[in-house]
Ligand binder design. Structure first.
Ligand code: ADP
Ligand code: MG
Length: 240
């Protein structure tokens, strides 16, 4: 579904992504791990063109993401992204946060958008909070609303950038459970996480980034139990 070849990005003279190749199959969950600054967020943001790379190709189902047939907005609907900071609109109820983009971007009628919103909220166990305001919710619940908002556009793939990093420890589990539920439904995801146990239990494949390169990729049971590259070994060892 996603095919990345030779992806290269500089910030000024700093090489942040160095000829990255990555393929993601439909229904696959790929986790990106690596030290802070290794380029994980930049890689994720290039996929939906929040960041424009300097060199390389990214294709979605065989079509370049910079192809005019997508348009940036169309691409960003097909490739949803959720960040660490959930950024819900505080003055809008949950349901209005979730229906905003489908109504404004996809021009869905209110009733259709609300029906879809209630469906995705139910998927994340948040339907009973549809008419609450964000400040009435815990951080974990707000993050589940942010996931619902990304799903309301019916994306083909969801990118998650450390979505549990800002949460109190006791709220991390409910968000992880929600993400496991999305995998069970066959959603294709690329997930940046510092939670190795989560990556191990969830990923079909784990990629270790170091200095802007994917230097090792393997199924989780292999990568965590018997990492081959010394830098992967050192990274995982530091976390023990
Ligand atoms: P990670 O998500 O793995 O922590 P990032 O992709 O955020 O890594 O960052 C990779 C490198 O690029 C870091 O050295 C970071 O400081 C730098 N960087 C990220 N975004 C920018 C930016 N907008 N301008 C300049 N440098 C940036
Ligand atoms: Mg990051």
């Amino acid at each position: 579904m996603i095919r990345i070849r030779g992806l290269t990005k500089y910030f000024g003279t700093h090489l942040v992504l160095d000829r990255v190749d990555l393929d993601v199959e439909r229904h696959e969950v790929v986790c990106l791990i690596g030290a802070s600054g290794s380029g994980k967020s930049t890689l994720l943001r290039c996929i939906n063109r929040l960041i424009e790379p300097d060199y390389g190709e990214i294709a979605l189902d065989g079509v370049s993401v910079s192809d005019a047939s997508f348009g940036k907005t169309g691409l960003q609907r097909r490739v949803g992204i959720v960040f660490q900071s959930y950024n819900l609109f505080p003055h809008m109820r949950v349901i209005d946060n979730v229906t905003l983009a489908p109504r404004k971007v996809q021009r869905l009628a209110r009733a259709a958008a609300e029906a879809r919103a209630l469906e995705v909220l139910a998927l994340l166990g948040m339907e009973s909070f549809a008419y609450a305001y964000p400040e009435q919710l815990s951080g974990g619940q707000q993050q589940r609303v942010a996931l619902a908002r990304a799903l309301a556009g019916q994306p083909d793939v969801l990118l998650l950038d450390e979505v549990t990093a800002a949460l109190d420890p006791e709220l991390v589990g409910e968000v992880m459970a929600a993400i496991r539920g999305l995998k069970a439904r066959g959603l294709t995801m690329v997930i940046v996480t510092h939670e190795m146990g989560f990556a191990r239990g969830l990923a079909d494949r784990v990629c270790f980034l170091d200095g802007g390169r994917i230097i090792e990729e393997a199924p989780p049971e292999q990568l965590f139990a018997a990492p081959e590259h010394p830098r992967t070994q050192a990274f995982l060892h530091r976390l023990l």
